[in-house]
Design a binder for this molecule. Structure first.
Ligand SMILES: NC(=O)c1ccc[n+]([C@@H]2O[C@H](COP(=O)([O-])OP(=O)(O)OC[C@H]3O[C@@H](n4cnc5c(N)ncnc54)[C@H](O)[C@@H]3O)[C@@H](O)[C@H]2O)c1
Length: 413
């Protein structure tokens, strides 16, 4: 599928938070329908998901679309989720499907397809995981939803905001779940970080300083793509560059912590590594985002140098938070010598339990399929990250700050 064949996007799909909340797929009690207790806002909704509880000894059946590198993590995670069986695999390259099938250690032998439409047509599949290159998320996600499949869609949700709007509209029409694959939302580490921040007397959160310095992490083998097919990550129009590729995860964490809407994005980006690889996708980026509540996010990322796992920081009215892979630390008060008002809380250090969220996101998805939980992170959250990624690419290209609400009508990267 080339970029030119992507669905066209209409302004009528513009989705703001109010419209999203009103239309989000949360609903009232009914035969086979999902009930979400709690807020009246959710209960008032008219579009419940179509879900089904599992019968005794039954498993949900999932198809994996795209058997490349990332599919290995999904298979390994699903081996630890007994509620879900991988019943089908799909890839253009048959030998990759066969290799992936060997990694599956529970459930029946998966059927294999080279045509995604054929897989979507398989009646008994409950859901599809879309693990395709970044530029191939929109049409397959819409087609799967329209075929009645629940969808777990890899990050980034899409390359543009209008595409996200179209995917969300398809989910709403089909009343199927749409969950986005930013698995850090289900990582024990990040849950502890966010809970610790929320429980601490930090006052208003004002700024984040987050990063991903990952190196040129993914060099495909010779037989990974059919002859003549170039590696999509090196093509800006197909990948979106470092902010989509690596930044999407920690940007989503920033959105989660600030719990506010991104409003303005500015960025500088370029291609630094011309020597090791032929690429036009950006591997060198700084991004600054202002949220509706006044908070600022400062993101830095590259794909040419593997830094040590750099800590991420949040700064608040009363203190600051630092977290690494192993620990979250909170400090309060002012630098030495600056007088403080009132009592300054003791610093806190908490070890993090580990866990990447891959199993957690599938366990959560199983609950969504059963009608016991809502998709998380959902399309709205996935779209917020794309607002920042697309805004950053546009800002860097045009040398200006981009207002996020302009992006609903910009369907090209
Ligand atoms: N959540 C995470 O931590 C994480 C990590 C890595 C990658 N990802 C995301 O996962 C997605 C896939 O990344 P990857 O590293 O596996 O890429 P990849 O190139 O290794 O795999 C993509 C696969 O899709 C297949 N494919 C392409 N077009 C197809 C079509 N029309 N029908 C069937 N198969 C087709 C390719 O043959 C390939 O095997 C990307 O969106 C990426 O951003 C997420």
């Amino acid at each position: 599928m080339s970029k030119d064949t992507r669905v066209t996007h209409s302004e009528s799909n513009k989705i703001d938070r109010r419209k999203f909340l009103k239309n989000s797929m949360l609903g009232t009690v009914g035969a086979g329908l999902t009930f979400w207790g709690g807020s009246d806002l959710w209960a008032a909704d008219k579009s419940p998901l179509i879900t089904r509880p599992l019968g005794p000894g039954e498993q949900y059946k999932v198809g994996i679309l795209g058997c490349g590198n990332r599919s290995k993590s999904h298979i390994s995670a699903l081996n630890d989720v007994p509620e879900i069986a991988i019943a089908a695999l799909c890839d253009l390259v048959p030998h990759k499907m066969k290799r992936r099938a060997e990694l599956i250690d529970q459930g029946p032998e998966p059927a294999m397809y080279t045509d995604m439409e054929e897989m979507f047509g398989r009646q008994e599949l409950d859901a599809v995981a879309i693990v395709l290159p970044n530029y191939l998320h929109t049409e397959p996600a819409i087609a799967a939803l329209e075929a009645g499949k629940h969808v777990l869609l890899e990050k980034p949700m899409a390359l543009t905001v209008p595409e996200c709007n179209d995917i969300m509209a398809a989910a709403e029409r089909s009343r199927r779940a749409l969950q986005i694959g930013t698995q850090l939302r289900h990582s024990s580490n990040y849950k502890v970080v966010v809970e610790t921040i929320r429980e601490s007397p930090l006052g208003q959160l004002l700024q984040s300083d987050v990063s991903s310095y990952r190196g040129d992490w993914r060099v495909p083998g010779n037989d990974e793509y059919p002859p003549g097919v170039d590696y999509w990550r090196l093509d800006q129009q197909k990948c979106g560059g470092v902010v989509y590729e690596m930044g999407a995860h920690i940007i989503d964490v920033s959105n989660w912590v600030f719990d506010s809407e991104p409003v303005t994005v500015t960025s500088m980006q370029s291609v630094n590594n011309h020597t090791l690889r032929s690429r036009d996708s950006t591997d060198h980026a700084g991004v600054l985002v202002r949220y509706a509540n006044g908070a600022l996010m400062n993101y830095g990322g590259n794909l040419y140098n593997y830094g040590p796992d750099s800590p991420n920081y949040f700064f608040a009215e009363n203190g600051s938070v630092e977290f690494t892979g192993g620990e979250v630390s909170i400090r309060y008060g002012q630098p030495k010598g600056v007088p403080t008002r009132g009592e300054v809380p003791e610093p806190q250090n908490k070890s993090l339990p580990g866990g990447d969220g891959n199993v957690g996101q599938w366990k959560h998805f199983a609950r969504v399929l059963a009608g016991e939980a809502k998709p998380y992170p959902d399309g709205y959250m996935g779209r917020q990250t794309v607002q920042i990624c697309q805004g950053a690419v546009l800002a860097a290209r045009e040398g200006r700050a981009v207002e996020v609400d302009q992006l609903d009508t910009i369907a090209e990267l």
